[in-house]
Design a protein around this ligand. Structure first.
Ligand code: F6R
Length: 376
């Protein structure tokens, strides 16, 4: 808890007093706003702030909604806040096909259980593709007409698919930027990931779905994408740092003028071109944790916290001076555990050394890294 607080405090310091460059700025590539928060509940709160602002400005807002674990916390906050949603119109992104509506895994049931049964959105204002239809092509045409009649969305809430699928809604790899609502085959990697909701049995996961297309999603006035956890890190990196194209459908969001990626630090952990190289090189070394940066008191405080949190793991604190002032500056803070093979807590920032490796072969910036005690 305290540990999380310190990290947030460092990020806040970074964002305000010392540099005046928001952390998100360093990750901007090229246009989306990227907000990295310390934990999943902060992510939910941020998404809720955006949603409640949209609704207070426009009580009859049109919302495009996702299912799955990503928006669950947001839906809970909407329920708890007793927002007045009586004039809101919703259009869900997608639905399995074919599946019984009563199947607990159908998205229509998910929406009832996790939102609709607990808020005052009138039934006639809720739209979701029909998973029971015998004629999916007719259902696609009906849903396209629903989208047209209800007009562009004021806010679209997205999650991102597992691994490197980078899907949004059920727009799997290969989806075109101009794609519209249609019947699609679900990517085998998604089927595998979603089997966890079907008693681990891939054969029970429907192979098809009706989904809004990328073009439908991009018509929204505002979009937020919520991603939490390490399992989303690779996909987020591919989406934000790879080329924009159909092999990573979420990357098309970078063409939208008002999209915010709301990430917890795990989902953001591979972002930053140098960070992952650095982490990989660290993972080849001993089991150790490393904090790099300055923040003087905070860094030693973090060291204390790390030692408490991971007893038995060595920690090492390094600081490197700011080129401008010659004093330590928290360009970056990384804590890496080989034992757990995970990045425990990375915070990336601009100015990170281009190369990290043997000190003797490193450029000046890295070779200037010294134990923090020598710097402060
Ligand atoms: C669901 C949807 C999907 C999910 C994605 C992430 O309506 O559109 O694209 O957002 O598969 O799922 P979770 O949030 O369960 O990780």
């Amino acid at each position: 808890m305290l540990f999380g607080f310190i990290i947030v405090k460092i990020v806040n310091n970074y964002m305000t007093s010392e540099f005046n460059i928001p952390l998100s700025e360093s990750l901007r590539n090229p246009s989306p706003e990227i907000v990295v928060l310390s934990n999943a509940s902060e992510v939910d709160k941020k998404a809720f702030d955006i949603l409640s602002r949209v609704i207070s400005e426009k009580p009859n807002a049109v919302l495009t909604l996702a299912t799955g674990s990503s928006p669950l916390g947001l839906y809970k906050l909407m329920i708890d806040a007793r927002l007045d949603l009586k004039n809101v119109i919703t259009r869900n992104l997608d639905e399995y096909w074919p599946l019984s509506k009563e199947n607990p895994q159908s998205y229509s049931r998910f929406m009832k259980d996790n939102l609709f049964d607990h808020v005052n959105i009138p039934e006639e204002n809720r739209n979701i593709p029909d998973c029971e239809t015998a004629d999916p092509e007719a259902e696609v045409a009906r849903y396209q007409a629903v989208l047209k009649r209800t007009g562009p969305s004021d806010l679209t809430i997205l999650g991102i698919g597992p691994g490197l699928t980078c899907h949004i809604a059920f727009n799997e790899r290969g989806s075109d930027e101009n794609s519209r609502t249609r019947l699609v085959k679900i990517d085998p990697d998604t089927v595998k990931a979603n089997a966890r909701f079907f008693d681990g049995d891939e054969n029970r996961v429907p192979q098809m779905a009706i989904t809004q297309g990328i073009a439908d999603i991009l018509e929204s006035r505002k979009i937020i994408l919520i991603a939490k956890g390490f399992s989303k890190a690779e996909g987020i990196k591919r989406t934000l740092e790879g080329t924009i194209g159909p092999d990573a459908p979420a990357s098309f969001l970078r063409n939208h003028p008002d999209v915010t990626f709301i990430l917890d630090k795990e989902a953001a952990s591979l972002l930053g071109t140098n960070i992952d190289r650095f982490i990989r090189s660290l993972l080849q070394e001993n089991d150790s944790l490393m904090c790099a940066g300055n923040c003087r008191n905070s860094i030693s405080e973090i060291d204390k916290q790390v030692k408490n949190k991971f007893p038995g793991i060595n920690t090492k604190i390094l600081a490197y001076p700011d080129a401008r002032t010659g004093m330590g500056v928290h360009y970056s803070l990384l804590i890496v555990s080989k034992e757990k093979n995970t990045i425990v807590n990375p915070v990336s920032a601009p100015g990170f050394p281009e190369y990290v490796g043997e000190e003797s072969s490193a450029p000046p910036m890295f070779s200037q890294m010294r134990p923090v005690s020598e710097v402060i």
